[in-house]
Design a binder for this molecule. Structure first.
Ligand SMILES: NC(=O)c1ccc[n+]([C@@H]2O[C@H](COP(=O)([O-])OP(=O)(O)OC[C@H]3O[C@@H](n4cnc5c(N)ncnc54)[C@H](O)[C@@H]3O)[C@@H](O)[C@H]2O)c1
Length: 279
C-alpha cells in the first residue's frame, strides 16, 4: 500500500515530536513530504534531527495549491492563525487535515461551520486529537444518550497566570496567593476570551460535548500545584464521569503539555492502522 504523504505546518514543540515519530515508528505507513514554518530557522533545526528530510520546505502561505497537490494529509501544529491560512486551503484542495490549534474553532466566528461544509463537500477528514485532556471518548459516547452537564476545572500555580489581563483587571495579586483561589467561573465561550492559554482544552471539550455556551469552566490558581491539572466532570443519561489529568509540560515549550504531542502521534497511528480501539 502507498505511504500517506504528510505535510506539517509548525516546527515547534508538537511539530518536532510528530515529525520524529513519522521519521521512525510511523515510517512504514507515512512519509514526511513538506515542512512549513514562518521561521525558516525552526525548519532547519528540525531537519537536522530527521533521517529522511522532506522534499519541500516553505515559510509562507503563497502558492499552496501546487505543493498541497503532493501530499495526502496536512497537519497544523502552529497557531490559531495557521488554521485559516493553511487548513482551509488544504481542505479546498481535497486533502485530509489534522488540527492542533483547535481553539481557533471556538475563537473565530463561523470557522467551524466553514470547515464542516468544505470537508463534507470535498469528502475529506478533519482529525482533532484529544490534546492535553483525557475523557473525550466517554464524553462523545455520553453525548449520544444525552448529556446534562460538562464542567472543566483547570488548576495551575499562580505564576502560570502572570501577565493575564483579566486577572490584573480583577486586582488579584498572584504573589500573595497562599491557598487555592478561584479566578474565573463561566462558560467555555467566555473562558477562552479571558484565558487564551486554556483555549484548546475548552474547545476540544465543547466540540466533543454540548458546545461552548453550555460547557462550564472554572479556573483556579493553586500555590500547591506543580503541574497544570485538568479535571473534567460529566453528568448524563449514562451516569457520571470524572477524569483528572496532571500534565507534564513539554521540554521545548513549557506552555504545551507533553500529552498534546503524544495525542497527535496516537491519532496518526490510528490513521495508518486498520484496527481502531476506543471511540
Ligand atoms: N489541542 C491541544 O490540547 C493543544 C495543546 C497544546 C498546544 N496546542 C496548540 O498547538 C499549537 C502548536 O503548539 P506548540 O507547543 O508546538 O507551539 P510552538 O510555539 O512550540 O511551535 C509553533 C511553531 O509554529 C510556527 N508558526 C506559528 N504560526 C505560524 C504560521 N501562521 N505559519 C507558519 N508557521 C507558524 C512557529 O514559528 C513555531 O515554530 C499551538 O497553537 C498550541 O496552542 C494544542
Amino acid at each position: 500500500m502507498a505511504k500517506i504523504r504528510v505535510g506539517v505546518v509548525g516546527c515547534g514543540a508538537i511539530g518536532s515530536e510528530l515529525c520524529k515519530a513519522i521519521d521512525s515508528e510511523l515510517s512504514s505507513g507515512m512519509e514526511l513530504k513538506l515542512l512549513i514554518d514562518k521561521h525558516p530557522e525552526n525548519i532547519e533545526r528540525l531537519c537536522k534531527n530527521l533521517r529522511n528530510k522532506p522534499d519541500r520546505t516553505k515559510s509562507d502561505s503563497t502558492k499552496l495549491d501546487k505543493i498541497f497537490a503532493e501530499v495526502d494529509l496536512i497537519i497544523e501544529c502552529a497557531s490559531q492563525a495557521a488554521v485559516r491560512e493553511f487548513v482551509i486551503p488544504a481542505l479546498k484542495k481535497g486533502k485530509d487535515v489534522m488540527i492542533l490549534s483547535v481553539g481557533a474553532l471556538l475563537c473565530e466566528e463561523g470557522l467551524f461551520e466553514e470547515l464542516e461544509s468544505i470537508s463534507k463537500e470535498k469528502r475529506c477528514k478533519v482529525y482533532i486529537p484529544s490534546g492535553a485532556v483525557a475523557g473525550i471518548d466517554g464524553l462523545k459516547s455520553g453525548a449520544v444518550g444525552g448529556i446534562h452537564s460538562v464542567e472543566l476545572t483547570t488548576r495551575k500555580p499562580p505564576s502560570g497566570f502572570e501577565g493575564n489581563e483579566y486577572v490584573k483587571g480583577k486586582g488579584i495579586d498572584l504573589s500573595s496567593i497562599e491557598k487555592e483561589k478561584t479566578l474565573f467561573i463561566g462558560s467555555a465561550k467566555e473562558a477562552v476570551k479571558h484565558f487564551p492559554e486554556n483555549v484548546n482544552v475548552a474547545a476540544s471539550l465543547s466540540l466533543a460535548g454540548i458546545g461552548s455556551e453550555a460547557t462550564r469552566v472554572k479556573i483556579v490558581a493553586d500555590p500547591f500545584a506543580v503541574e497544570n491539572v485538568h479535571e473534567i466532570k460529566v453528568r448524563g443519561e449514562f451516569g457520571k464521569l470524572f477524569v483528572r489529568v496532571e500534565n507534564v509540560p513539554s521540554i521545548a515549550n513549557p506552555k504545551t503539555s507533553y500529552l498534546a504531542a503524544l495525542s497527535a502521534i496516537a491519532t496518526l497511528k490510528s490513521i495508518s492502522y486498520p484496527i481502531r480501539v476506543g471511540t
